[in-house]
Design a protein around this ligand. Sequence first.
Ligand code: EPU
Length: 336
Amino acid sequence: MQIHKNISLKPYNTFGIDVNARYFISITSIEELKEALSLDGYQKFILGGGSNMLLTKDIDALVIHLNLKGISILSEDDESVVIRVGAGENWHDFVIWCLKHDFGGLENLSLIPGNVGTAPIQNIGAYGVELKDTLVECHVLDMQSLETSILSNSDCHFGYRDSIFKGIDVGKYVITDVVFKLSKVPHKLHISYGAITSELEVMGIKKPTIQDVSKAVISIRQSKLPDPKEIGNSGSFFKNPIISVIQFEELQKTFPSIPSYSISKKETKIPAGWLIEKAGFKGKRFNNYGVHEKQALVLVNFNSAKGIDILNLAKLIQATVHRIFGISLETEVNIF
Ligand code: EPU
């Protein structure tokens, strides 16, 4: 195990922000992870896929890069398969592996940046499916006691872009492996989400397979979300806010076209992308950073932007949306 000094984190975060880690170590086993966590005299900073973070300053700590790999089938029967995956596996590569083996359940989550181990933290979701729908359990290491344990799906308290890992237990655990239960044929497809139905129609597919659904999702994502390899970004920067139906009906009087997704009789979710677009930010470019031209929920680093500039833009967006609509936007991305 080698500790490196003053390493640029630019290749390790999808926003492509160039800050330094004072110390950096890449671990490939749980034993190495325990060893790294028990090194005295260092503050520790766990780094997974770097796909849901905005780095605004150098990290004055020992950055532990989780490079835990491995995909193994734990059990299977005629209908389903239970698979254990190392936290350091790339999320989309794992989805593709599942599709190759004709295991269903993750196809709607194709092309989401990041690693398997970071996916449960914010309960990644897209096109009507969330990670929690197929996740069985998370294998974790307690950062203090260095003991391993297993948290069941319900232990993780998953919510919309939420879990205990960013809530009450933030900073307590390192997720080392994730276990999924996926389907075998016949699969249950989730294609009611409007954009998927129309994309499948465009593709001329009447009886879609899970591979077709994945292709449709990839095509939709590529048409509106920037590829982090080309333009630095962290996907949706904000969560879609949930407001009361009373507040929504009041807003409808001034903004009759405001879109919403009903959550319950009392609450409704508003697409933050719409609010940001209406506030005039869609496609706005400030030197080397800005708001994506095709999806206003995504902030982008065009080239060598500073994290603090992007954070200030996020604050300006929050203040403007609040002034116009009286709605507070919460960040989905973790800020450091
Ligand atoms: N909209 C606009 N202008 C925009 C963007 C969106 O008006 O610039 C409005 C439109 O009314 C559109 C609606 O927002 O119909 C919904 O847009 P979209 O389908 O793109 O979804 P979203 O709510 O903006 C969420 C997730 C995405 C996920 C998509 C598809 C959140 C915070 N984001 O975005 O997740 O891919 O749904 O399911 O829930 C991510 O988390 O990083 C992410 C990309």
